[in-house]
Design a protein around this ligand. Structure first.
Ligand code: ATP
Ligand code: MG
Length: 781
């Protein structure tokens, strides 16, 4: 119990029955899970095999295992510490046959999903310009997150055209994946739940196996993950979940904050422990985080405190452009390093991956070692996918997708027409295309020359299979593949810089093969492919590399760094334009939670920065400093006076605007509870700042940004500002009205101002709002 406070200790000692640890950032939730695992083994004599700990990333899983190892010395490797996905893969590799899949199923990444959907749209003659693949992918994913089968989904969506189409595509998509013996990421969890539902004996095995279950970052679990945990824990009910409702940042991926908020309802006898001491951040940083998150309505109030010193004040700089911002960050890092700070202790966080390009460039210019996490995934690169597809086909994958990917790469003169014939033949005989290729001579209507080429390809693949069967090592087979297929020589012949990079990447993958075979002597190609399918580059993060870490705020969840830079603190970057324009009032709150996550990553010093203008979606866009900056009390900043002035300037500007008749857009802005009541915030910020600060083309960038998000229900929003006065509205106190964004509500008051009516509405969904009638556009219902 060394290194735990009383509450943390209590949490560890609660052994039987459901337990909820609900606590703010840096309060030691993850540490409690780690210690609890150790406690169960050491004090309660629990067999490590009976413990399951679920983390959000593979990296967290690895760290947790290492820490448990340190505490208990032995047996930690037998505890199952894994992500939801790797847990499910392990289960399905044993039992997938019970739900009609082969145990060696392939795991589709988003690229594979996309090409499958694309080909379905083609076959169904659905125009991808009107109904983009991404939309179907999102619908399918959402359905799976809710555990809706294609049939159930079809029933739910029978009423509208797009819904019906989505259901058809979903049905076909599932049947194609099954035919190819493949599962996508969402399937991994979905199919495990399905397996348990239809096979009580299998479920029972795992219930007995996992008598003690712990889930970290529970606030970001979605419905299907909730179901899975609930099923596994049903028998012994030793379920411990930890989380922080203020850090729920994956709603767009289906995470359901109510999983944590309703835990006490689901498990009435649950013990609830709250941790309030933050051990991570200095006082000023923690105060800033607390101040920001307090602007969210309807949250469970938590008061985090620290006995650490106030520490250094927070730095804020508004630079002229994103380039100036990058220079500023680089120069601050150089200063830190001169003072003896290690590069590895510094992180640069940002809202969108796109920001990493300029920041990365500036690190290069300044000679600062750095690594970008996330971004273009190494495994999503074309050459890596090609080589992996070869490996999958060699590994007896029956998946036609991989066969198609490599059969003509490099070019072997096998065209689409011939491939269709191979596919028809395969379908007719219930074969995979690969098996059909081996029998190319029998395929009707195919020229002898073509069928010879196809058969040769099949023979080539078989030769690699034979090498593996003869016990040749994975890395030497890897080399043979690159050589014998002609893939490498084609790249070498290309003589371009791009081809060189591809060759380097292929070499990097070879390093991974070698590393893998060294670490897993018994394992073969299947195991290698599985490991690759589940890793992200974040998992490869290592403290050995003395590099500055660049990553999105989302990726930084659960991590901590002594020095943290958060760049792009501008309205419409962070909070994102999509959130500012969203119909859903929670969208902005989710951005604020993300800001809270970002701030609370910092231990010693936090640097916030903004650019006055930056390139966004192909336009130079001028932006105001993020509202989140203004939610932090000026006294916490290095230049307190400047921050106060900024706030004052803002207030007087907004009063000016108001007097000019432009201020009434506050009807929307203030509805989000902006601290500076006069400031025109909220969803109108884009157009508002465009006007008052002389943006070159206020509407073009704004409109563009809207098109990035979901189709907006209010596409011509900017027009609202043109209206200056209206006659008496056609509703009265007591009437039911509907607002385009806030939904239905009841009119509580109606006052006539000099130009406009001010109306107070109590909205069913989001409470009382005061707004100007001309902008509110309420409809009587
Ligand atoms: P997050 O919400 O960001 O995931 P968390 O609640 O999981 O945070 P941890 O990462 O477990 O918090 O802990 C934050 C930091 O505080 C870690 O460096 C951890 O080692 C340290 N810490 C936690 N509890 C204690 C304690 N009782 N004494 C000293 N240090 C502690
Ligand atoms: Mg944690």
């Amino acid at each position: 119990m060394a290194g735990l406070n009383d509450m943390q200790e209590q949490a560890c000692e609660h052994v039987d029955g459901p337990l909820l640890i609900l606590a703010g950032a840096g309060s030691g939730k993850t540490r409690v899970i780690t210690h609890r695992v150790a406690y169960l083994m050491e004090h309660e004599g629990v067999n490590p095999l009976n413990i399951l700990a679920i983390t959000f990333t593979n990296k967290a899983a690895r760290e947790m295992r290492e820490r448990v190892d340190l505490i208990v010395g032995d047996g930690a490797d037998r505890v199952w510490v894994s992500t939801f996905h790797s847990l499910c893969v392990r289960i399905l590799r044993r039992y997938a046959d019970k739900i009609g899949y082969g145990k060696n199923f392939d795991i589709y990444d988003s690229d594979d999903q996309k090409s499958t959907v694309k080909s379905i749209l083609k076959d169904f003659q659905i125009d991808p310009k009107r109904y983009p693949e991404k939309m179907f992918m999102a619908e399918i994913s959402k359905a799976k997150e809710k555990y809706l089968s294609p049939d159930e989904f079809a029933k739910k969506n029978a009423a509208d055209y797009a819904g019906t189409k989505a259901a058809e595509v979903y049905t076909e998509y599932q049947s194609r994946l099954k035919k190819n013996n493949a599962m996508d990421f969402d399937d991994l969890i979905y199919k495990t739940v399905e397996l348990f539902e239809h096979n009580p004996d299998v479920l029972d095995t795992y219930q007995n196996r996992f008598r003690y279950i712990m889930v970290d970052e529970y606030q970001d679990t979605n419905h299907i993950q909730f179901l899975l945990v609930k099923m596994l824990a049903r028998k012994y009910r030793n379920l411990c979940v930890v989380g922080d409702d203020d850090q729920s940042i994956y709603k767009f991926r289906g995470a359901n904050i109510t999983n944590i908020l309703n835990f006490e309802k689901e498990y009435e006898d649950a013990k609830v422990i709250k941790l309030e001491q933050n051990y991570r951040s200095c006082g000023n940083i923690l105060a800033a985080a607390n101040a920001v998150i307090q602007h969210n309505a309807g949250r469970k109030d938590k008061a985090l405190w620290t006995d650490k010193d106030a520490g250094e004040k927070i730095s804020f700089e508004q630079c002229d452009s994103e380039y100036a911002e990058g220079d500023m960050v680089a120069s601050r890092i150089k200063t830190l390093v001169r003072q003896g700070v290690d590069y590895r202790d510094i992180a640069i966080l940002y809202r969108t991956n796109a920001q990493s390009r300029v920041l990365g460039e500036k690190m290069v210019y300044a000679n600062i070692p750095y690594r970008v996490y996330g971004g273009t995934n190494f495994y999503a690169r074309k050459e890596i996918k090609d080589v992996l597809a070869y490996l999958k086909v060699i590994n007896n994958s029956t998946d036609n997708l991989y066969f198609r990917r490599v059969v003509n790469v490099p070019k072997r003169g096998i065209g689409e027409a011939s491939l269709s014939k191979v596919e028809s033949f395969a379908d007719a005989y219930g074969l995979s295309m690969m098996d059909a290729a081996a029998r190319a001579d029998e395929i009707p209507g195919m020229a002898a020359k073509t069928s010879a080429k196809i058969r040769q390809f099949a023979e080539l693949i078989t030769s690699f299979r034979d090498m593996l069967a003869d016990g040749e090592s994975l890395d030497s087979v890897y080399d043979r593949i690159l050589e014998d297929t002609g893939y490498e020589s084609e790249l070498i012949a290309e003589h371009t810089e791009e081809a060189m990079t591809r060759l380097e990447n292929i070499d990097e993958l070879r390093n991974k093969v070698v590393e893998f075979t060294e670490d897993n002597e018994e394992a073969g190609l299947s195991e290698f492919l599985e490991e690759i399918a589940l890793v992200s580059d974040l998992d490869a993060m290592s403290e050995d590399d003395n590099q500055v870490k660049l990553m999105t705020l989302h990726s930084a969840k659960g991590l901590e760094f002594p020095y943290v830079f958060i760049c792009g603190m501008e309205d419409r970057v962070f909070p994102s334009g999509i959130a500012l324009n969203s119909d859903d009032p929670d969208a902005l709150e989710e951005e604020r939670r993300l800001c809270y996550v970002g701030i609370t990553r910092a231990m010693k010093k936090l640097y916030l920065s903004a650019a006055k203008e930056r390139m966004m979606h192909g336009n130079r866009v001028y932006s105001d400093v993020s509202r989140f900056i203004r939610e932090i009390p000026p006294m916490l900043f290095e230049h307190e006076a400047d921050m106060k002035n900024m706030a004052k300037r803002r207030e007087s500007e907004s009063v000016d605007r108001y007097n000019r008749g432009e201020g009434r857009r506050d009807a929307y802005g203030s509805s989000y509870g902006d601290t500076y009541a006069g400031y025109s915030g909220g969803r109108t910020a884009g157009a508002a700042s465009g006007r008052s600060y002389g943006q070159k083309n206020p509407y073009s960038s704004y409109a563009k940004q809207q098109s990035y998000g979901q189709p907006s229900s209010q596409p011509s929003f900017g027009k609202a500002f043109v209206v200056n006065s209206v006659g008496k509205p056609d509703y009265a106190v007591g009437d039911r009205v509907r607002h385009i964004k806030f939904g239905p509500g009841t009119v509580e008051a109606l006052e006539k101002g000099d130009k406009d009516y001010e109306v107070t509405v109590n909205f069913d969904r989001c409470g009382v709002r005061k707004m100007f009638a001309s902008f509110a556009k309420l409809k009587k219902c």
